[in-house]
Design a protein. Sequence first.
Length: 151
Amino acid sequence: MIRSCLAALLLTLSAGCCVTPPPADKYFDRSSASDTLRFFQYAVETGQYQFAYQCLDSESRERVSEGSFEASIRWARVEALDGSHMWRVIADAFRVPEVERIPGDPEARWVTLVHFREDDTYEISLRIAPEEGEWRIDLSEMRGLDLGGTP
């Protein structure tokens, strides 16, 4: 009896460790700038790089192949953040809920991720604009800021 209970518990625990996360497009969409950033972060965090790549605008996809994009996200390190992997920086960043209009570009928005460390705060804003009925990330326009020790 005890053996069968232990076997059932072990089977349950091992099955729980192997669960595949739901596809990004099942729970997220790109109907707004904020939703697109949420979609992108989830896709990166769960290793669904093809979905993250789909968040990019057509010009970004023309400049960067899907394979190069995935390799950069998976393996690149951010030296300013102690060499942390890019995917971890994106996944762990705080998503600022407010979006910012871009002067001179009425449709586009800045969406911002903030990465906190013990002694530094880094902020990166991505330009997101509507394209083909969905909001897309433009990799050619980003802005970053080292806020130093600001909380």
